[in-house]
Design a protein around this ligand. Sequence first.
Ligand code: SF4
Ligand code: SF4
Length: 156
Amino acid sequence: MLKRSVTAHYPDVEPDLPPRSRGVIALQEENCTSCMLCARECPSWCIEIDSHKETIPATTEGGKDRSINVLDRFDIDYSICMYCSICIEVCPFDALHWSPEFAYAEGDITDLTHDMNRLREWMWTVPAPPALDEGAEKSKELAAYEAKLNPPEVAE
Ligand code: SF4
Ligand code: SF4
């Protein structure tokens, strides 16, 4: 109310958006296990996932073969997405992230469905996570990684 409203001359002047703006969803394919949680929780039903199973042979003698899901298809239809962020919140494997990029309007509505290759490309525009607060506890993954890099010295 106390600030004068100003018309921004987009696209000549790019808006100064907060880094965590909900522009487009990026997929880190390597993290996705095809668990389908995001697709099931999406209130707009705009996520389509297909996958198949592959067997990874045991790496040790007497060990068991492992079965993994391999993504064949991961589409998000932005013509019906509500940008609610539920898919990102529920993903247990940090495979989905917000990018602040928003300039992907299309003349043909079908082009608003981004396939997994396009969703993967958005990953390069995802900002780095903010630094932890001073004194905050490290995540257990980071603590384990650092412990592996610098194992405690064993007294002789
Ligand atoms: S942001 Fe919301 S509507 Fe869009 S894909 Fe994710 S869960 Fe669905
Ligand atoms: S919730 Fe995450 S891991 Fe599961 S299918 Fe969706 S993106 Fe992949």
